[in-house]
Design a protein. Structure first.
Length: 204
């Protein structure tokens, strides 16, 4: 079972989500009590934008292991994408109750708070995610977007710059960097950042 479980994890990291899902389902068939296999299935389904199915898989993982922080984190992400924000917050809070130092759950919690327009709390959640994992480009980018909403453009720009240092070819970070530069009146730099985003595949 662990071979299929490991295979699913490897395929997921390679962004081969369809194959990761198949491997996770093979692991489950061999051992229906494997919480990690259900969690892997949920992660793959989430990346395939099959959020309802991802939620079910993560809930099955939780039934098998009620202290499985990763599964609560996955459940929170699925609920967030489905617009069920209050339930998503509860899932992330449970993940953090089990493991207070879980960077991904702090980032996920920030995403929900952002969508609830609780922007200052969202910034705090992203900052906690970064404090726990300074190599977290998504958290820096999310923090930057939220700071821009709050009108804190210099800080937003610094956050996007850090995201780009960690992940130079992420188009969306260059796009949001261009927006912060535009708000600061640095129009030529903003244009260059936007062009970079387009070169990297940003559409918008």
């Amino acid at each position: 079972v662990s071979a299929f479980d490991g295979k699913s994890c490897t395929l997921y990291q390679l962004k081969r989500y369809d194959e990761a899902l198949i491997a996770a389902e093979q692991a489950i068939r061999l051992d229906p009590t494997s919480s990690s296999a259900y969690n892997g299935k949920g992660n793959a389904l989430f990346k395939l934008k099959r959020y309802q199915e991802a939620l079910v898989a993560h809930e099955q993982a939780i039934q098998l292991d009620t202290d499985f922080a990763f599964a609560y984190d996955g459940k929170g992400d699925a609920l967030w994408k489905m617009g069920r924000f209050d339930e998503a917050l509860l899932a992330f809070d449970r993940a953090l109750e089990i493991n207070p130092n879980y960077s991904s759950a702090h980032n996920g919690r920030g995403n929900v708070l952002f969508d609830l327009k609780r922007y200052r709390e969202a910034v705090q959640a992203y900052e906690r995610a970064i404090q726990l994992n300074p190599q977290h480009p998504k958290a820096y980018n999310n923090k930057g977007v939220t700071l821009s909403v709050l009108g804190r453009y210099e800080e937003a720009l610094a956050a996007h710059d850090q995201a780009i240092r960690l992940q130079p070819n992420k188009a969306v970070s260059h796009y949001y960097r261009s927006r912060a530069l535009r708000q600061l009146g640095r129009l030529e730099e903003a244009r260059q950042a936007y062009e970079k985003a387009r070169q990297l595949g940003y559409i918008g």
